[in-house]
Ligand binder design. Structure first.
Ligand SMILES: C[S@@+](CC[C@H](N)C(=O)[O-])C[C@H]1O[C@@H](n2cnc3c(N)ncnc32)[C@H](O)[C@@H]1O
Length: 232
């Protein structure tokens, strides 16, 4: 499932999320708060997009591999970070077949797994490539938020949602999957991963000045879910 926002509109998407409310002042600070010390660590970023995380991770002293199904996104990462990051195209529905067992200290996957109908096989690969003490930190849409868009009204189904987002300043079609919290947790368990920390995120203080409406919304109701997991 390649959404146009991540394909032909990738450069616009990159510009939009650099300093917007939901990515720059809510998602990124909330996920970064769950990360361990990064100096000297080998990290893989699954669904790296235009490389905001890859840039942050390298700036903190990590050696970074960045993976995305979008050639346009990988080109943006290469333009921005050059040889300091190993970036390549891979459909993560097929896992990460080119990566060696037990080779990473940390796997991150911000806002990607809701594009997979079933993340279990990717989670199995995450377990395979993590070192025994490694961590998997990811974010995804909050199941309660996505439930309001359920075509069936049945929370317990996994369903494709077709929606329009204003991220680019105009309505842009996007497709993703919603699933119940229990299905997400079962996928992790089936893959041999277990959650060690959960966060529902917090907007940063800057958003209070720049976007008080979103600050109020995200201070009183969740937008995304943030999980830190380890190998069982
Ligand atoms: C919402 S963007 C998030 C980008 C980045 N993680 C961030 O937070 O800035 C989702 C990214 O996931 C990628 N993606 C979606 N489905 C994918 C798949 N099956 N395999 C690899 N990447 C995928 C998209 O191309 C896009 O770059």
């Amino acid at each position: 499932m390649l959404n146009p926002m991540y394909g032909r509109h990738a450069a616009e998407y990159a510009a939009a999320i650099r300093d917007n409310s939901y990515n720059a002042h809510y998602e990124r600070p909330s996920l970064i708060a769950l990360l361990p010390e990064l100096q000297g660590k080998r990290v893989i970023d699954l669904g790296c997009g235009p490389g905001e995380y890859a840039a942050y991770l390298t700036s903190q002293g990590a050696t970074v591999t960045a993976v995305d199904s979008s050639l346009e996104m990988i080109s943006l990462v290469q333009q921005k970070l050059g040889n300091s990051v190993h970036a390549y195209v891979q459909d993560l529905a097929q896992g990460v077949p080119d990566e060696a067992d037990r080779s990473f200290d940390l796997v991150v996957s911000p806002l990607m797994i809701h594009y997979l109908e079933d993340p279990t096989s990717l989670f199995r690969d995450v377990k395979r490539i993590l070192k025994p003490e490694g961590l998997f930190v990811f974010s995804t849409h909050h199941p309660f938020v996505d439930y309001q868009f359920s075509p069936s009204g049945n929370y317990f189904l996994t369903e494709k949602i077709v929606d329009e987002w204003d991220t680019l300043g105009r309505p842009t079609r996007v497709e993703y999957f919603r699933r119940p919290l229990s299905a997400l947790m079962q996928s992790l368990t089936d893959a041999g991963l277990c959650m060690v920390e959960l966060s529902e995120g917090r907007p940063d203080e800057q958003m209070q000045q720049t976007d008080p409406e979103s600050f109020q919304k995200l201070s009183t109701a969740p937008g995304f879910l943030f999980l830190k997991c380890r190998v069982v």
